[in-house]
Design a binder for this molecule. Structure first.
Ligand code: PHE
Length: 531
């Protein structure tokens, strides 16, 4: 069997892992989550979530990848290779890999938008109305707002998308060391530099500090709300790229002697550092905007796509100094952060195909990249944003949580975390023990289970909050009507949610089981040292 690829250095591995973790979520999700969930007080649940879920899960995934060396399906298969007839967990690896595949398709499209916006921001092509520029002129969205009104591929989105896929193709075919690692070594320092420069400039804007004050002003009374805690855990899960098979794949390229526990701490803490700096940047800009427009900060606060493609462009046009420099730098930061995350989403897919089909990396990349490109065309259509919104909601809120739930169910409840602990501890300076096991087996597991259940119930149309509110206001069960119970995501039609949300999710589950049975006999030769 050909020798497995390896990282050239520990530094390279950490940069790649942090590169995966730091993404759009740090820049446009964390600041809003913190602001909306108690400001400075949010940092309490956030860091507790990091210590009781984020880092323990990273250690678990690093340990699994390092011990069972393989793509995610191979890892879950090898897990029980020594117990006859129990090679039945391979599907979970495919489930994770397929989630990566699907997320990649639209993550690339969003990055394509940021690439366009680097270009637009040189002369602020969005003019005085960034909102209608983005929705009507750039994305050309259907006026009906119906995600099923897909009519044509939007060339303005298609061109940057092709460029971006070309870049990813070039990097991925070069392999782990000369591709992924080298890209991380170039892009991460560049991202850090640009982010620090732009943040330092923006902190000195008029009103910036009042903005930052809004972000960090603690409201400790809110810590009593369960919502704050699930928001913190949710942010940590998403942000650290856990449950996607990414960290499993990355750690499978580690050399035998690697301090896994330290690596997990460094990755987790650096990722949070990027989130905090991004929060300061975003709220400095918002603070300045509020001051200039003479409105309170909460009126200008936004997140996600609205923040990046509407609010920031507006600030650039109307208020910020040197918009032709700050604009491109801001969008370049978004792009760099997202691009390394994109590569990390592609890698588990490539490595799974390589190992299942026994193809070379070269052949696999040349076959899979066109598949990715074609798949992402769906999101480059006029209705792309709407389709993406539904896809993203279902994959992240149900698919990803389900994946982590099964991972923990298997590792903590069916088998023993000791298996991983015993292979992690001898090579790590800091040892894991009770804290780690309790965090995974009880704290994270229970939280994951309740979040998953809640999301499924809500998405199935039983708005739990509505029900609770009605019951609290004195209504009896018999008074609730079906209408009270119905709350669908984003106000989309049930048909659209079914076709674009539930069907893909079920298809991923089904495909995972089928893949487990495909070419099963010659699958994943087991390394001597993992027998
Ligand atoms: N962690 C990334 C972020 O914060 C998102 C991501 C998810 C990246 C999954 C890769 C895989 O944006």
């Amino acid at each position: 069997m050909a020798k497995r690829e390896e990282w050239g250095s520990r530094f390279g591995f950490i940069l790649a892992a942090v590169g995966s973790a730091v993404g759009l979520g740090n820049v446009w999700r964390f600041p809003y989550q913190a602001y909306d969930n108690g400001g400075g007080a949010f940092l309490v649940p956030y860091f507790i979530a990091l210590l009781t879920a984020g880092i323990p899960l990273l250690i678990l995934e690093f340990g699994l990848g390092h011990k069972y060396k393989g793509c995610p399906p191979a890892i879950f298969r090898r897990l029980t290779a020594h117990i006859p007839h129990t090679e039945k967990w391979e599907w979970l690896g495919w489930f994770q890999t397929l989630i990566c595949f699907c997320i990649t398709l639209y993550y690339a499209v969003i990055l394509g938008w940021t690439l366009s916006y680097i270009y637009f921001s040189f002369n602020q092509s969005w003019g005085s109305d960034p909102k209608s520029f983005f929705f009507s002129q750039y994305l050309v969205m259907p006026e009906s707002g119906n995600p099923l009104d897909i009519e044509f591929v939007n060339m303005q989105v298609f061109v940057p998308l092709v460029l971006l896929w070309g870049g990813a193709w070039f990097i991925m075919v070069r392999g782990v060391q000369r591709g992924l690692e080298l890209a991380s070594k170039i892009f991460m320092p560049l991202l850090t530099l640009l982010l620090l420069v732009i943040t330092i400039r923006c902190v000195f804007l008029d009103g910036a500090l009042q903005g930052v004050d809004w972000l960090f002003k603690p409201d400790f009374s809110r810590l009593r709300e369960p919502r704050i805690w699930t928001a913190a855990y949710g942010q940590i899960f998403y942000s650290l790229s856990i449950g996607f098979g990414i960290m499993l794949t990355y750690s499978s390229y580690l050399p035998k002697k690697s301090d896994l526990v330290n690596n997990a701490f460094i990755t987790g803490l650096l990722n949070s550092g990027f989130s905090l700096v991004s929060g300061i940047l975003i709220f400095s800009i918002l603070g300045n905007m509020a001051l200039q427009e003479g409105v309170p900060v909460p009126e200008v606060v936004s997140s996600g796509i609205g923040l990046a493609f509407i609010t920031i462009p507006q600030a650039l046009s109307l208020h910020l100094p040197w918009p032709g420099i700050l604009g491109p730098v801001f969008f370049a930061c978004l792009f760099l952060a997202g691009f390394l995350s994109l590569l990390s989403l592609v890698e588990p897919v490539l490595s799974s195909v390589i190992e299942k089909m026994h193809w070379t990396r070269r052949k696999t990349t040349h076959i899979m990249m066109p598949v990715f490109m074609l798949g992402s065309l769906l999101f480059a259509t006029n209705a792309g944003l709407l389709v993406l919104d539904i896809f993203d909601h279902f994959l992240n809120n149900i698919g990803l949580l389900a994946s982590m739930f099964f991972e923990l169910l298997i590792m903590c409840w069916f088998f023993k975390t000791d298996w991983i602990r015993d292979s992690v501890n001898p090579i790590s300076e800091m040892r894991v023990g009770l804290w780690w096991a309790i965090s995974l087996k009880y704290i994270t597991f229970i939280l994951l289970f309740s979040m998953l259940l809640n999301n499924i119930v809500v998405d199935l149309g039983l708005g739990m909050e509505t029900v609770l509110q009605r019951l609290q206001s004195g209504a009896g069960f018999e008074e609730l009507t079906v209408l009270d119970l119905r709350s669908t995501y984003g106000g989309y039609s049930t048909t659209a949610l079914f076709i674009l949300g539930w069907v893909p999710l079920m298809a991923i589950g089904l495909a995972a089981f089928l893949l487990q049975h495909l070419r099963r006999d010659e699958l994943f030769k087991i390394h001597e040292d993992t027998k």
